[in-house]
Design a protein around this ligand. Structure first.
Ligand SMILES: Cc1cc2nc3c(=O)[nH]c(=O)nc-3n(C[C@H](O)[C@H](O)[C@H](O)COP(=O)(O)OP(=O)(O)OC[C@H]3O[C@@H](n4cnc5c(N)ncnc54)[C@H](O)[C@@H]3O)c2cc1C
Ligand SMILES: *[C@@H]1O[C@H](CO)[C@@H](O)[C@H](O)[C@H]1NC(C)=O
Ligand SMILES: *[C@@H]1O[C@H](CO)[C@@H](O)[C@H](O)[C@H]1NC(C)=O
Ligand SMILES: CC(=O)N[C@H]1CO[C@H](CO)[C@@H](O)[C@@H]1O
Length: 463
């Protein structure tokens, strides 16, 4: 197909969400009608942070878009639906810590290093000369920081923005596209511009900037060989996943990089900081003693892990208020730019991957003509918005609720302080709730896909 007849999709941001969209479009674009330009502000593609949990629901999407063979060797276990422990919960803010329960799930949690995950996505981008079979053409533009976009005002009265979108970059020539997808993360520029141009922009002021969740996390990797030397027989040496809980704090510990490292994320919750804004650095390297001082009195096996982290970092966690509009006219928000959330369900990237899966299914659908008509575009916009907003909102709320449960701040736990004995049956009941809250992770995303494409077919009947 001549390049100029393709639907031109500009993706701003090459994080997990933006990359997944490019790969998913290529997988579904059987008519080869889409051209992607991927704009990334950084001069190279890199990923900070360490481990990430991929759940069966998300795995099925990744396999469907062609990443199965690449990802399987990078997970900590083979993806199947056997019941597995995702977390052993330990009451750990006391010297004599103890096991509460094992949280189980069919298929467990697939644990992967972020850099490995991102590399697999990059290797599957349909770039010219990459060797990846091309349905959707894709061009990567590094060092392209979007600073503004403009919708052209055309004379078609019924569709005032029927012309292309012009994208403006810092120190780079402007470009155009038919559809702009903001996948530019929690501090999204596209979101800021998009919301400020809606009718009644004052309604959206509280969604421009992220707010603090009230949680600070200390993160780091433990080299397994070092841990073995420091503490032969340590529980984390051969364990699928541990969560050390205490009043107001909790830490998750799981293997990444095929078991070479143990990923540690330790959260300190402070409700008084919730909802406030933060101007400082979001993450920075801190001393080991700062990390250790927050966990004085905790069970020794957890403190040993802290001692094995050479260069811990501290992250001030932020999230977005629950936004209720992800798309309008020619602009779509995807991933953290639409719904950055607390990490306590390990769901943030998963929801962005689902956004990409649904949007790619709609755009590549055989009922969508090229060039794109405004009627069809407006149906896609409505369906994307109406299906993704509720999913993201419920997952985001559940993620922050889950943080309160992990930090023993559920109703009934008010009377306990850090280090107190808590009756075991209370803990067991609480963590059974936590286990039930993970049931979304084994639900099926292809049901959502079918729902979205059925809506498209229904609307075609009406057009
Ligand atoms: C401690 C922690 C643990 C987590 N654990 C999990 C987990 O286990 N499972 C899970 O699913 N999720 C997890 N998450 C959430 C997950 O990390 C995020 O949801 C996900 O990485 C967001 O991806 P994204 O592509 O939307 O945004 P980002 O990764 O932020 O990517 C945005 C990209 O856009 C680029 N960009 C920004 N502005 C511009 C611009 N103006 N022009 C051009 N490019 C721009 C950036 O450089 C970046 O490359 C966790 C998060 C935290 C903080
Ligand atoms: C190209 O599209 C076809 C039809 O959807 C699909 O079978 C094929 O896997 C796609 N190619 C890639 C690399 O995803
Ligand atoms: C987007 O979807 C949400 C959830 O269905 C809905 O409340 C909102 O009105 C929609 N916005 C637009 C502009 O369609
Ligand atoms: C999504 C979900 O199941 N959320 C539940 C998690 O647990 C809390 C506490 O029991 C419930 O209130 C939520 O409804």
């Amino acid at each position: 197909m001549p390049q100029q007849e393709r639907i031109r999709v500009a993706i701003v941001g090459a994080g997990i969400a933006g990359l997944t969209l490019a790969v998913a479009l290529n997988a579904f674009d059987s008519e080869q009608k889409i051209a992607v330009d991927l704009y990334e502000s950084a001069p190279e593609l890199s990923e900070i942070g360490a481990g990430i949990n991929v759940w069966p629901r998300t795995w099925e999407i990744l396999r469907e878009i062609g990443l199965g063979d690449a990802l399987i060797p990078l997970f900590d276990h083979y993806p199947d639906l056997k019941p597995r422990v995702i977390w052993e919960i330990r009451k750990a803010d006391q010297k004599n810590g103890f096991k509460v329960i094992d949280i189980m799930q069919n298929g467990g949690a697939l644990r992967i290093h972020r850099a490995d995950f991102q590399r697999s996505l990059i290797n599957y981008l349909p770039l010219a000369g990459s060797g990846v079979p091309v349905n959707t053409t894709c061009t990567l533009h590094l060092s392209h920081k979007l600073v503004d976009y403009s919708l052209s005002i055309s004379s078609t009265a019924s569709y005032p923005n029927s012309g292309p979108v012009t994208l403006h970059f810092a120190d780079k020539p402007s470009k155009t596209c038919d559809i702009l997808v903001g996948a530019d993360g929690i501090k999204s520029t596209v979101r800021r511009l998009f919301l400020s141009r809606l009718p009644s922009p004052e309604r959206y002021v509280k969604f421009l900037d992220p707010i603090r969740t009230g949680t600070v996390v200390y993160r780091g990797l433990v080299d397994k060989e070092e841990l073995r030397k420091a503490s032969p027989g340590h529980r984390a040496l051969d364990h699928p996943g541990l969560t050390y809980v205490g009043k107001g704090k909790h830490a998750v510990v799981y293997p990444v990089s095929g078991g070479k490292y143990v990923n540690v994320v330790a959260a300190v919750h402070d409700k008084s900081k919730q909802g406030t804004t933060w101007e400082g650095q979001l993450h920075q390297e801190v001393s080991q003693s700062e990390f250790y001082d927050r966990f004085v009195g905790w069970e020794e096996e957890f403190q040993t892990l802290i001692h094995c982290i050479r260069r811990p970092t501290r992250w001030v966690l932020q999230a977005l208020n629950h936004l209720d509009i992800f798309a309008k006219e020619r602009v779509f928000l995807l991933g953290d730019s639409a719904h950055a959330m607390a990490p306590h369900l390990g769901a943030g990237a998963s929801v962005g991957i689902e956004d990409a899966y649904i949007l790619a299914s709609l755009l590549a659908h055989p009922s969508i003509p090229h060039p794109l008509s405004m009627q069809h575009l407006s149906r896609i916009t409505d369906i994307y918005n109406n299906t993704r907003v509720p999913q993201a909102m419920s997952r985001s709320k559940a993620s922050s609720d889950q943080g309160h449960l992990f930090a023993l701040s559920a109703p009934g736990f008010e009377r306990f302080a850090e280090g107190d004995d808590v009756p075991r049956d209370m803990l067991v009941d609480l963590f059974h709730q936590v286990e039930e809250n993970w049931s979304w992770a084994t639900s099926k995303a292809d049901i959502d896909r079918r729902q979205a494409t059925d809506l498209l077919l229904e609307s075609r009947a009406r057009l």
